[in-house]
Write a protein that binds this ligand. Structure first.
Ligand SMILES: [Zn+2]
Length: 326
C-alpha cells in the first residue's frame, strides 16, 4: 500500500501527496514475509542470510543495497569447563565506509556533506513504555563524537516529523510501506515489538540490530568503492528489541539502555564487533569475561558497557582520524 495520492489538474502544489503517520500512538509494524526465519533458506550465517534475502527482494532494483547486518545478542553459557573462548571477533572497521562530501546522500537536504545526520522515530523512542530513550540517544552519540579520541566528525541530529513518512527502508510502519529513500544518514527506528525479532532472527536473544546499506553501481550490481577500497556507505538503520526488560544502568535480569545504544551507534559509525569473550569455570561456577572490555564486544553479558574501551577509541580513530580528507 502506497498511501493516498491525490492528483490535481492545474499543477498546484500537492501537499497531500506526502504520506503521513499518526502522532500520539504506536503505529503497527510489519515486515516482508520473506524475512521470516521460517521462509528463508537456512544455510550460512543468519546475518548473511538476511543480507542476501533483502537484496534479492526488497532491494532487487534499488541503487542501494544491504552490505552487512550486525546482531547484538544477550549471551548465556550453561556449561563450560576451565577457560573457554565463547566468541572472538576483530572487525575494527566495517567493509563499508561513509564518504566525505558525498552528494548522493544529502538525504535531509541540509547540504552539509561533511557531517553525519542521525534521526530517531518518536513513536518507538520509549523503552518498555517507561524509559524515554531520546536523551540517551543524544548522550551516546555525544560520547562517540567527543570521547572517541579523534574529534574530526560532526554528528548532527535531524528532527523527525510525521509529514516525512516512514523512516524505515525495511519495515512497514503505520500502514505505510518501507520508504524508497532514507530520511537521514542514520535512522534509529527504536524499540520494536519482540515478535519482529523472534520472527526474523529466530531467537529471543537479539537486543539490537544495525543494517548497513551501500551504494550500488546499477550497471554491474556491485558496491561502489570510492575510498580505501571500502564500499560507499549510503545509510544505516537501527532497531532495538522492546521485549527485554530495559533499565537505566545494569541490574540483575535487566539490560542497560546506555550500553546497548552506545554499541549499536558504534555500528552506525563504521565500527564492527571487537574483542574476545571467555568463560571461566571454577568449582562449577561459570563467569563470563571480556578481553578487553569494549562497548563493541559482540555480546552483552549483564555488565555495563556504557563507556568507550581502548579498542573502541583506537578503532574510532582508524575510522575517522583523517576525516574529512578521507
Ligand atoms: Zn553489534
Amino acid at each position: 500500500m502506497a498511501g493516498t495520492f491525490l492528483f490535481g489538474s492545474c499543477g498546484e502544489p500537492q501537499l497531500s501527496d506526502a504520506p503521513t503517520l499518526q502522532e500520539d500512538q504506536k503505529p503497527p509494524v510489519t515486515f516482508p514475509d520473506i524475512l521470516n526465519s521460517r521462509n528463508r533458506s537456512s544455510s550460512g550465517r543468519l546475518e548473511d542470510q538476511l543480507v542476501s534475502t533483502l537484496n534479492s527482494t526488497l532491494f532487487a532494483d534499488a541503487n542501494i543495497k544491504v552490505s552487512q547486518v550486525h546482531v547484538c545478542m544477550l549471551n548465556s553459557v550453561n556449561k563450560a569447563t576451565t577457560v573457554t573462548t565463547v566468541d572472538q571477533q576483530f572487525e575494527s572497521t566495517l567493509s563499508s565506509r561513509w564518504v566525505t562530501n558525498d552528494t548522493r546522500r544529502n538525504w535531509n537536504g541540509d547540504n552539509n556533506l561533511n557531517d553525519l545526520d542521525w534521526m530517531f522515530f518518536p513513536p518507538f523512542a520509549v523503552a518498555n513504555g517507561t524509559f524515554n530513550a531520546t536523551p540517551i540517544y543524544q548522550a551516546m552519540y555525544n560520547k562517540w563524537e567527543f570521547g572517541g579520541s579523534c574529534k574530526t566528525l560532526n554528528i548532527d541530529q535531524t528532527l523527525y516529523n510525521t509529514s516525512m513518512g516512514n523512516p524505515s527502508l525495511i519495515l512497514g510502519i503505520g500502514g505505510l510501506p518501507p520508504a524508497d529513500l532514507p530520511l537521514a544518514d542514520i535512522s534509529v527506528i527504536g524499540f520494536l515489538p519482540a515478535s519482529i525479532f523472534e520472527a526474523i532472527f529466530g531467537s529471543p536473544n537479539v537486543l539490537g540490530v544495525a543494517f548497513s546499506f551501500v551504494f550500488i553501481n546499477p550497471d554491474t550490481g556491485e558496491p561502489i568503492k570510492t575510498t580505501r577500497g571500502k564500499e560507499d556507505k549510503a545509510f544505516t538503520e537501527v532497531w532495538f528489541n522492546n521485549g527485554f526488560s530495559w533499565s537505566m544502568g545494569a541490574a540483575p535480569g535487566k539490560i542497560d539502555l546506555e550500553s546497548v545504544i552506545l554499541h549499536e551507534f558504534g555500528h552506525t559509525l563504521n565500527l564492527g564487533h571487537f574483542g574476545i569473550l571467555q568463560a571461566f569455570t571454577t568449582n562449577g561456577v561459570t563467569k563470563l569475561v571480556y578481553q578487553p572490555v569494549n562497548t563493541m564486544n559482540a555480546f552483552y553479558i549483564g555488565e555495563p558497557r556504557n563507556f568507550l574501551g581502548p579498542n573502541d577509541k583506537g578503532n574510532y580513530c582508524e575510522a575517522w582520524g583523517s576525516w574529512p580528507w578521507n
